[in-house]
Design a protein around this ligand. Structure first.
Ligand SMILES: [Zn+2]
Length: 391
């Protein structure tokens, strides 16, 4: 048995994608989940190192596919610091996400920085799972007036594909812009999941791109078009991007569940959850650099200098807590939305996103209030809180 590392986590409730296992044990062999189940069924080898979950929940680490910053830094400027700030809150896979405010030169430099970090030997860089481009080819009406939003430019996107290729996991765009068809067709070759956002595309325009990999509705009900008013027929309601996203079974809906229900009102969260179901909602933070810093008890949303809503200060643990509270979502369902669904949409669910045999032991141990007690990457504890655990 030499050279094999064996770890057993016991005294916890395991959250699987299909149910809870009370008094569960998770066995980890060389960083991978080798077995899990009720304590009475799992035989713990004598040489295994024991980690006591202290009666808390043992769950898959969070996967955040839409996150701009954290720990005081922008994700493309200091990706390592950014990833560590979110790791402490249980996010074990993250996509550094560009905004539509970066110039072509800033994007180029940022991509190089992210890729150098991913290829480095820095501790825990494996948390960085790829890149999300939120723009720049979005509809000007749904972005800040001053930002360098630009027309679809083949020369620019060729350069980005050359540079990053399959490391780009998500690309948010407005389907109604000229030139998107050629762009999406080319992006499909890199397995990119496209996201409709900052857009007022029609349902037909959106659905046409689903076969090319349009799989996400970017922060549903935020900057996702407005119902044209007055509508074609007085006293009726037009349909827009959100309705198209809610209706199509192959499109996931991202949501930002902040504490005060500002990005998405609690009733709207319930509506999205009810319509899409636990398999098609993805919880994101859309976080800015101030996320993950000790803000005291200030609001978890972020406003720009013009007083407009501009992302959040959320970390995934808090977003999950808010989702459970606002939309009465249970443990199993909330972890599908915060771990498995995002892992699926970036096609990494064969490695991460749920507690299953053969997947990486990227885990988070949380108490009843979703306070993070321990964070594990490939079976190693990378963060734990000091206070004694709940029991
Ligand atoms: Zn964003």
């Amino acid at each position: 048995m030499k050279g094999i590392s064996l770890i057993a986590i016991n005294h916890g409730t395991i959250i699987t994608a299909n149910g809870l296992i009370q008094d569960g044990v998770v066995l980890i062999e060389n960083g991978l989940i080798s077995d899990y189940g009720e304590a009475s069924r799992i035989e713990v080898p004598g040489e295994a190192e024991i980690i006591d979950a202290g009666g808390a929940y043992i769950a898959p680490g969070f996967v955040d596919i839409h996150c701009h910053g954290g720990g005081g830094v922008w994700s493309w400027e200091q990706p390592h610091e950014f990833a560590l700030a979110h790791l402490k809150h249980g996010t074990t896979a993250i996509l550094p996400t560009f905004t539509y405010n970066e110039s072509r030169e800033q994007v180029r430099r940022g991509i190089r920085t992210i890729m150098e970090t991913m290829d480095s030997q820095l501790p825990y860089v494996e948390v960085i799972a790829g890149i999300h481009m939120e723009g720049p080819y979005i509809n000007k009406k749904y972005g800040a007036v001053t930002s360098p939003i630009r027309p679809v430019n083949p020369e620019e996107y060729h350069e980005i594909f050359q540079l990053a290729g399959e490391r780009i996991k998500v690309w948010t765009l407005a389907p109604e812009l000229d030139g998107q068809e050629a762009f999406i067709a080319e992006g499909a070759r890199y397995n990119i999941s496209f996201s409709v956002g900052h857009s007022e595309a029609t349902a037909e325009q959106i659905f046409r791109y689903v076969p090319f990999g349009l799989r996400i509705g970017c922060h549903c009900t935020n900057a996702s078009g407005t119902t044209p008013s007055p509508s074609r027929y007085g006293g009726t309601r037009e349909v827009g991007v959100d309705e198209a996203v809610l209706v199509h079974d192959d499109i996931f809906a991202e949501v930002i569940p902040d504490r005060e229900g500002i990005h998405v009102r609690p009733l709207m969260l319930k509506l999205i959850y009810k319509t899409k179901g636990a398999d098609r909602v993805i919880i994101i933070t859309d976080a800015m650099p101030s996320a993950g810093e000790d803000n005291g008890d200030v609001s978890d949303v972020n406003w720009n200098h013009l007083g407009q809503l501009a992302g959040s200060r959320l970390t995934m643990d808090e977003a999950v807590r808010n989702m459970m509270r606002h939309a009465s979502v249970g443990w199993v369902e909330v972890f599908r939305m915060a771990s498995l669904n995002p892992a699926k949409v970036i096609q990494l669910d064969h490695r991460i996103g749920s507690i299953e045999k053969g997947k990486l032991a990227n885990l988070v141990i949380v108490d009843e209030e979703v306070n993070v007690k321990k964070v594990m990457l490939s079976g190693r504890i990378v963060h734990e809180t000091n206070e004694s655990s709940t029991r």
